[in-house]
Ligand binder design. Structure first.
Ligand SMILES: Cc1cc2nc3c(=O)[nH]c(=O)nc-3n(C[C@H](O)[C@H](O)[C@H](O)COP(=O)(O)OP(=O)(O)OC[C@H]3O[C@@H](n4cnc5c(N)ncnc54)[C@H](O)[C@@H]3O)c2cc1C
Length: 356
């Protein structure tokens, strides 16, 4: 099947945010690029399911510390990335500088919140500690049970579906050949000079699928339930600014299963309603599940395969693929044009070449 692909210097396998952004940047550097997506339309994998939070300091997990610098760097790039996409395509990706509130309901959650405050202060990031009453003054729909919160003014959000639309249009305008409805069975059989593996959760070992269920909600009365992204133990609520909300997400090791379960939806709504009871008034537009591309250390795999110079990995972005899109695209474009950027995301750490 792959032998019928149009001639190109580079083939990108996968039409999610990562594959699209890599294809666009590679084409901008003068390479002939073909992007191959097995679904009939682009961005129907994890990119479809993502909330679009640009939250570089989401986790206190020590093994994710190596990721932090990359997350922060990519977050810094998002504003100009969004501007560039809008200028090139006319598509607004919904970049909202809404900030986030990280809220705590009990002593355990409060100590988690305090740890995140300390970490942000150490990193020199803006953060403000709020008692429950002040948090409710800023977000009046918060429940009385919220006792502590952090205001995170630099945690922004985009709309992933719009990001996919903008990147697809940018690719088309730049002259990337996009082939949909074509599954690549063996990336190594594609006869281009380089092949970028951007197949998300389907990229093969050591990448594995990590299921996330989520809801799209809508307030028929319009916007106003909350303005900030609200983050809490067990989930988050992302306002789109027009009465639509995203409520996510479960984290489940279930293999390639994308069923939506009553338990998953129940848990999301139960946790959210404890923080912002008005969420139960919203209409459910869609319940869905996506597969995050997880890796053993939760950091992406970006760079040339140590065992095969033709293959470049651009996958394993787990919970941060939207956030990391601008940076990943640059790193891979560097790699495709002869560079070998030195960073902590390189595939050598897993000896991927030895296992595939
Ligand atoms: C519920 C949920 C919430 C999330 N929230 C956020 C968030 O708020 N912020 C954030 O930064 N990230 C978030 N993420 C993570 C983010 O969605 C992913 O990291 C990102 O979308 C990965 O993009 P990708 O292009 O690598 O993968 P995908 O979007 O999965 O794209 C991979 C593509 O490859 C195609 N493909 C696979 N195999 C083949 C093949 N053999 N041949 C051809 N095509 C193939 C697939 O069809 C798919 O379109 C979330 C993820 C989930 C599931």
């Amino acid at each position: 099947m792959t032998k019928q692909l149009p001639h190109a210097d580079v083939a990108v396998v996968g039409g999610g945010v990562i594959g699209l952004a890599v294809a666009w940047r590679a084409r901008q550097r003068g390479l002939e690029v073909v992007l191959v997506e097995r679904e009939a339309s682009l961005g129907r994998g994890a990119s479809y399911a993502a909330a679009g939070m640009l939250a570089p300091v989401g986790e206190a997990d020590p093994q994710e510390r190596a990721l932090l610098a990359h997350n922060l760097e990519s977050a810094r790039r998002w504003s100009s990335f969004a501007d560039e996409l809008r200028d090139v395509t006319g598509v607004d990706v919904g970049y909202r500088t809404c900030g986030a509130l990280l809220v705590a309901r009990d002593a355990d959650e409060a100590s988690h919140v305090e740890r995140e405050r300390e970490q942000r202060e150490r990193l020199g990031l803006r953060v403000e500690r709020l008692l429950g009453s002040e948090a409710r003054r800023r977000e009046p729909a918060l429940a009385p049970g919220v006792r502590l919160a952090l205001e995170l003014p630099d945690d922004h959000a985009v709309e992933p579906a719009r990001v996919v639309a903008a990147l697809a249009e940018a690719c088309r305008r730049a002259g990337v050949e996009i082939v949909t409805g074509r599954e690549v069975s063996d990336p190594r059989s594609i006869p281009t000079e380089r092949v970028v593996l951007a197949a998300g959760a389907w990229s093969g070992a050591p990448v594995r699928p990590v299921k996330g269920q989520a809801l799209r909600l809508r307030d028929p009365a319009g916007p106003g339930l909350c303005d900030h992204v609200l983050r809490f133990e067990g989930g988050y609520l992302v306002p789109r600014g027009d009465g639509r909300y995203y409520l996510g997400a479960t984290v489940e090791e279930q293999g390639f299963d994308t069923s939506v379960t009553a338990l998953g939806v129940y848990e999301l709504l139960r946790e959210a309603a404890e923080v912002i009871p008005g969420v139960l008034e919203l209409e459910i537009e869609e319940a869905f599940a996506g597969l995050r591309p997880g890796t053993p250390d939760n950091a992406p795999i970006v760079g040339t395969d140590p065992a095969d110079e033709r293959i470049v990995w651009a996958t394993g972005h787990f919970r941060n693929g939207i956030l990391l899109t601008p940076l990943t695209a640059e790193l891979v474009a560097d790699e495709l044009t002869g560079g070998r950027p030195d960073h902590a995301l390189r595939p050598e750490r897993f000896a991927v070449g030895a296992t595939t």
